[in-house]
Design a protein around this ligand. Structure first.
Ligand code: SF4
Length: 433
């Protein structure tokens, strides 16, 4: 793990975002607008999804509602077998990472190739993605050149352009052989049945158009009421992810694409995998508003130390903490937060991430003993006389094993956050740190 590479990449993305936001005086209005659209969609999730399904089927697509990952994987494999698919190309999709789709299809005898440059690199390296939008951010160009030499058998100058050209040459061959293209979906407009997909590299277009079958996988929460509402997201998402005004390409899919010998087959997999349960949680359902822009990761001091690999989950950072107890395989990583609150300041859909993490911690069995320490630390900090008496003991803390220090540190930081936000956690009360 190269921490400097991760930190530098996070800072570059944040600086680009800051520069762009100077030209966006209505940024806060857009955030509020986007949040309202997402809230509307999630509050009527079942109707929205039923409408989306009707519309997509009306233009010839086939829709499958997958209750969990196993059902989604089986449907995808069954579809591949029905269409006699042997080779699959994929564009970047965190939902398929959630399904662990690549190893599943490979074990079933299919050849699976990632075509997004970052995903291509981590697939060759055998690493999981390090970030929601920048999967290879933990690798610098020299390491990437070494991986290419080892896995592709070609030496290459460790510079962005030759490395990209080398990858493109290999990818071209894969497109030619592929029978099925698998993509994600950024937004799905229920009223029209239009799918909106964003990308920068052009690989998504080839993945969706060249093979004779296109299969798109989306989490239920990607649905929005109508296409007219997508505009605000087209501004917020690239600005928050990479500081771009717009992504290089925006695809609108509503109809079967022509293909030699007729029309391409299209399948849409709508993945639940715990999302419906989360939608029933009034305190935490905001997590379903997430656009997967990754801005909350870039700004997170914990993420910058170890990237997504630190969390050992598909979705890292503040949003990953909120999704972990719901999205299978379920987990609890609520300790991986310092409560600095930077994530909720930056989130383009105004998810109150830090405050929701406090709520997640209240429900966490792992956090029960920590709450005791948090209260004890609170007492010490509130009464200087007690604190002074404890001070000699506190000086011994650095000698404790790392795990114990981490444990106490989180308890103290958690207490400080409560002091700042007040009991109800009103954002207006929080001091900027
Ligand atoms: S929680 Fe907000 S900032 Fe984080 S990835 Fe989702 S939309 Fe982006």
């Amino acid at each position: 793990m190269r921490q400097p590479a991760v930190r530098a990449a996070c800072h570059r993305a944040l600086e680009a975002r800051e520069r762009l936001l100077k030209d966006y005086p209505r940024w806060e209005d857009w955030r509020a607008q986007a949040q309202a659209i997402k809230a509307e969609a999630i509050s009527q999730l079942d109707e929205m999804l039923a409408r989306l399904q009707r519309q997509v089927e009306a233009w010839g697509g086939q829709v499958f509602m997958a209750r969990d990952g196993a059902a989604a994987r089986e449907y995808i494999l069954d579809t591949a077998r029905r269409h006699q698919v042997r080779a699959v190309v994929k564009s970047k999709s965190m939902t398929t990472e959630e399904l662990a789709l690549n190893p599943f299809l490979t074990d079933a005898g299919l050849q699976v190739a990632e075509t997004d440059l970052g995903e291509f690199i981590v697939q060759l390296a055998g690493h999981p993605p390090a970030h929601l939008t920048a999967p290879a951010m933990h690798l610098d160009r020299r390491r990437i050149a070494a991986i290419f030499q080892e896995r592709l058998g070609e030496a290459c100058a460790p510079e962005p352009e030759p490395l990209t050209r080398l990858a493109a040459r290999h990818l071209r061959l894969l497109y030619r052989e592929a029978h099925m293209g698998i993509t994600g979906v950024n937004f799905a407009a229920a009223a029209e049945g239009t799918l909106v997909l964003l990308e920068n590299e052009g690989n998504l277009r080839l993945t969706a158009c060249l093979p004779r079958v296109h299969l798109a996988v989306m989490g239920l929460e990607k649905v929005i009421p109508a296409l007219a509402q997508v505009e605000v997201f087209l501004r917020l998402l690239p600005a928050s992810a990479t500081g771009q005004r717009l992504t290089a390409l925006v695809h609108f899919i509503r109809g079967l694409k022509p293909h030699p010998g007729g029309r391409q087959a299209f399948h849409l997999v709508l993945l639940d995998n715990g999302r419906r349960q989360l939608a029933q949680e009034p305190e935490l359902l905001e997590a379903l508003y997430c656009l997967r822009c990754g801005a909350c990761l870039n700004v997170c001091p914990v993420f910058q130390v170890g990237s997504a690999h630190l969390y050992r989950r598909v979705y890292p950072g503040a949003i990953g903490i909120l999704l972990a107890p719901y999205l299978a395989p379920r987990g609890d990583v609520s300790d991986l937060c310092t409560q600095c609150g930077a994530c909720q300041e930056i989130c383009p859909v105004k998810i109150l991430l830090a405050e929701k993490i406090i709520q997640a911690r209240r429900r966490s069995a792992r956090h029960r003993p920590w709450r005791f320490f948090s209260r004890a630390a609170g007492l010490g900090l509130a009464w200087p006389r007690i604190y002074r008496r404890l001070e000699p003991g506190l000086r011994l803390l650095p000698r404790l094993p790392f795990k114990s220090r981490e444990f106490l540190g989180i308890a103290l930081s958690s207490h400080s956050f409560h002091k700042c936000v007040g009991k109800k956690g009103e954002p207006g009360n929080r001091e900027k740190g």
